[in-house]
Design a protein around this ligand. Sequence first.
Ligand code: SAH
Length: 458
Amino acid sequence: MNTEFDEEEKLSSLVNMGYTVDEASLAIDRCGVDSSLVELTDFICAAQMANVADAQLSELPLEVQPKLKHSYSEYAKHKKRKLSDYEMWTKNNQNGFEKRLLHDDDETIRLPNPMIGFGVPTEPCSTIHRTLPEAAVGPPFFYYENVALAPKGVWTTISRFLYDVEPEFVDSKYFCAAARKRGYVHNLPIQDRFPLLPFPPQTIHEALPLTRKWWPSWDRRTKLNCLQTCIGSAKLTERIRKALEDYDCEPPLSVQKYVLDKCRQWNLVWVGRNKVAPLEADEVEMLLGFPRNHTRGGGISRTDRYKSLGNSFQIDTVAYHLSVLKDMFPGGINLLSLFSGIGGAEVALHRLGIPLKNVVSVEISEANRNILRCWWEETNQRGNLIDLADVQQLNGDRLEQLMSSIGGFDLVVGGSPCNNLAGSNRLHRDGLEGKESALFFDYFRILDLVKCIMTKAQ
Ligand code: SAH
């Protein structure tokens, strides 16, 4: 009990100092619970420095170039008659690679404050105009998402690979009652966007009216923090209840601070006298804009529900960006959905009233694929849903075959896993080279193949 308390105290102190929960827990994990705060912050700083170094573009070719080149040489080998295409591709990309990987002015992309990207419904920024680099212009349209707070250099690299398009950083707190800071790189128009209606609840009390009765005046939160993949423990909520039960009215400031820190850290809400609780999975579903019970039942565990929801898109935010497609594709779209998860992109397009003609969805988790398939059937979709498991298996041959049968893709969406991006750890070789995060390069590889195949078909 003591050790656990000590660990949470340290975690909370580090988070208060501005480190992420992931950074803090990793440091405690590596250095041990008994380490001093100074040792822990030293570790985090060292890990951050290692990340900066890791993200230096000059280190990337060793990890990445063979991987990308390998896919293409495989593609070319199996398609001897297309060798000239492959040669063209490598030739075209030689400069691209050098430009993308060997750039030494590693200027870091600054996160905007307020984090409203190219506009949000309350501040549409109608005055912003952007000119896309020529190589970025579709078809297809593309839309890539990841966590905004990635180690230094990561967004510069992502943007450089995705045809030098500037990321749009948006916090979903401008759309709903929970924060979610994400970066989006896309080639969609940014004029005449419109939000989904009805506009979702904007405050915790509007979203969860039953909590209002128990909410103490000293807890001034009106928005939740980012909805994560795991929830606070029963032990923690019990400790909070015990810490509060000695006081009839307001607890002393030190106790208030302890409780508020925990509530912020774990997104706890008031459900009774002195009683806080983590959000229920259906509340998370609602906050993220999914239909009720979207992830419930059918064999998925509670833990997996939180995990899939914690990784997913916030529907209202993504729909706002995708809304510009509605007038362009009145007959519906063909979607390539990479890392589809529980179908954030599919749900957003459907809620916008954009018909889904053909969806090729690539998602490794069977539980997630089942969720998307159930939703597809429940919403009586008229189009075709083709589901595949692993983006790494999706090669040029298969893409060509899929594209010739459906007639190309209008939109390629994907939010690759952020496991190695959200924390920092030299030992796990974080940054974009992390095992999971490196899947970003598969997003780029597949998108570039789609572009290549579509150009050729024109
Ligand atoms: N945007 C999605 C979630 C993206 S999270 C949504 O709205 O729900 C990243 C997803 O990538 C996870 O669901 C994870 O299971 C999946 N994934 C991880 N490795 C993969 C791989 N090799 N191929 C396909 N999907 C993968």
